[in-house]
Design a protein around this ligand. Structure first.
Ligand code: PAF
Length: 251
């Protein structure tokens, strides 16, 4: 099983004792095969792999979503063990926010659109915790999934803006056999919602215009936050019941 590190001091001491090439995979737990792919990529390119499991309260715009977010540390440890993760950082909220939310990272351009327009404060919380984690861990490389493409782009900008020496590695989205992007939130779908969910990536990737794709998804029972074409990608976010799903595809 991976070594469990609970404090910043423990994490720093572990890092200092190892002193080899470190790959880092930040997560909020509820791990699935998508995370396993991130761990495997880190394992293949580094001497050591460190993961973090921290359900970051500041990136949840909806307190109910934070409460409902799946927490499955025992199963997570088994998956990390199988994927060759050496250590996992599992800090408390007080450990990560010693002065509460007095210091936060704001980005003023990219974070305004897409998910940022629908989840106020989400990217402030995400960027803040990612900067904290990167500062603590001092990894050579950190791995992020392309499913959260806007997050990935923002993290790339973050390391540039704050001169962080960690290289950010993008990993393609891992999908279920029916096309649904793997996500910790998928476990919250009812059987009927889970049966309908693959229509989201299917319609997103279809030849329909963004407007027509939105209308199609709404007609099929999704509540749509946005379907938007940007550069060479199409981005979307939808709700099925209580669950919000995001995805993006190259075009
Ligand atoms: O993608 C996630 O799971 C989270 O946003 C991250 C990067 C671990 C920060 O809390």
């Amino acid at each position: 099983m991976p070594t469990v590190l609970r404090t910043v001091a423990e994490c720093r001491a572990w890092r200092a004792a190892q002193g080899r090439r470190l790959g880092f995979v930040p997560t909020m737990g509820a791990l699935h095969a998508g995370h396993a792919t991130l761990f495997q990529r880190a394992r293949a390119a580094n001497d050591l792999v460190l993961a973090s499991v921290f359900v970051n309260p500041t990136q949840f715009d909806d307190p109910r979503d934070f409460k409902l977010y799946p927490r499955t540390l025992d199963a997570d440890a088994a998956l990390m063990d199988a994927a060759g993760v050496d250590a996992v950082f599992v800090p408390s909220v007080d450990e990560m926010y010693p002065n509460g939310t007095r210091y936060l990272v704001h980005e003023d351009e990219l974070s305004r659109g897409l998910c940022g327009a629908h989840r106020p404060g989400h990217f402030i919380g995400m960027l803040t915790v990612v900067l904290k984690l990167l500062q603590i861990v001092q990894a050579d490389r950190a791995y992020f999934g392309e499913k959260d493409y806007q997050q990935l782009e923002l993290v790339r900008g973050l390391v540039k803006a704050f001169f962080v020496r960690t290289e950010i590695i993008a990993v393609p989205t891992v999908r279920e056999p029916d096309g649904l992007a793997m996500s910790s939130r998928n476990t919250r779908l009812s059987p009927a919602e889970r049966a309908l969910a693959p229509r989201f990536p299917a319609v997103l990737a279809s030849a329909l215009t963004a407007e027509a794709a939105r209308a199609q998804l709404e007609a099929e029972g999704f509540r749509v936050d946005y379907i938007e074409d940007r550069d060479d990608r199409r981005f979307g976010a939808v709700h099925l019941g209580q669950t919000r799903l995001i995805d993006n595809v190259a075009r």
